[in-house]
Design a protein around this ligand. Structure first.
Ligand code: SF4
Length: 324
């Protein structure tokens, strides 16, 4: 049970401000006027409208980090690794937008240069605050990934029928969504889902887990186009290595069952305000470690602290009400 300390305010105005300052949060309980605080307030959260491979992976990895990212939608600082991935994806998207015969290494590097100049001023990239030398290194690393792509397949033989394809579907009571990097049509008239990865390739033990996202993409294709892809593939550009799997009745059932179970667990966590931290080696990369109880932090101040920092960075006065 949380107690929110507030100045004396008209309750309606106060509740409106609480809600405005805490997106995704629901309050239930009694608001007392003139006591200087709101008593008997239970914190609950609105579950996300839909699930994606990344949000499903986030909840499985750490429910508390999921709450910060997908329920509260707290801002995270840009990361060089994620931004490099965005740049490589954009370059390969441009490459496959060309006529097949033009998809050479030289064309891919020209596409990378265009993508880099397009994205350089984007807030995600500008937020990295790279020096000109660091920017050059950043683009050079992206170039390594683009060159390695050609070790995995010959793009002149690929017929892409969808690039950065956004799809949604209802699986029972769960809305699922995803962005497919590339959907190909083979000479045999079959669909193939391709997902580019710029992180390190998983060990053999984790291969099946890494395929969860592409199996969801296969289900999205089947639901939207009435055709199950014949193949799904992850192209790990850092190694380079391709991990390929064949969607089956069993993988399709597995996606539906996993989505339903995860959504049920998320709804329960939202209702009970019970998102527990789950420590792992990924904590080293967690943007919210300072608010994590496993590291001595308080999750309930995260929104107010980050909002105050954003206000200070933008030269605005701090929010009039902090949640404590
Ligand atoms: S620091 Fe680790 S345990 Fe804490 S929220 Fe982040 S990922 Fe979860």
């Amino acid at each position: 049970m949380a107690i929110l300390r507030t100045p004396e305010r008209f309750p309606g105005e106060l509740v409106a401000e609480l809600v405005a300052n805490a997106p995704g949060k629901r309050f239930a309980g009694r608001v007392s006027q003139g006591t200087g605080r709101v008593a008997g307030v239970e914190q609950r959260w609105n579950p996300p409208y839909s699930l994606s491979p990344s949000s499903m992976g986030a909840f499985t990895t750490c429910p508390l980090a999921f709450r910060f990212s997908y329920v509260q939608r707290l801002p995270e600082p840009p990361s060089p690794a994620a931004s490099r991935g965005t740049l490589v994806h954009r370059a390969l998207e441009r490459l496959h937008d060309r006529p097949a015969a033009e998809r050479t290494v030289e064309a891919a590097l020209a596409d990378l240069a265009i993508a880099a100049s397009e994205l350089e001023s984007h807030p995600e990239f500008a937020g990295l605050e790279l020096t000109p030398e660091q920017w050059d290194n950043f683009v050079a690393e992206a170039e390594t990934h683009v060159r390695r792509y050609f070790d995995l397949e010959d793009p002149t033989t690929v017929q892409a029928v969808g690039l950065e394809l956004k799809l949604e579907a209802d699986l029972g009571s769960v809305r699922v969504r995803g962005i497919i990097d590339r959907l190909d049509l083979t000479a045999d008239g079959e669909l193939v889902v391709t997902d580019y990865k710029t992180g390190s390739a998983p060990s053999e033990r984790w291969e099946q887990k890494s395929l969860a996202g592409v199996h969801l993409y296969a289900v999205l294709c089947e639901q939207n186009f009435g055709v199950r892809p014949a193949r799904v593939q992850l192209l790990y550009l850092s190694k380079p290595e391709a991990i390929v799997a064949l969607p089956t009745d069993s993988t399709v059932r597995g996606v539906a069952m996993k989505s339903a179970a995860l959504m049920q667990a998320i709804r329960k966590a939202c209702d009970k305000n019970d998102f527990r931290p789950r420590t792992s080696n990924l904590c080293d990369y967690c943007s919210f470690q300072e608010f994590c109880p496993s590291f001595g932090g308080d999750p309930d101040i995260a929104h107010a602290v980050l909002a105050d920092r954003a206000s200070a960075a933008a030269g605005r006065p701090p929010l009039p009400l902090g949640l404590s």
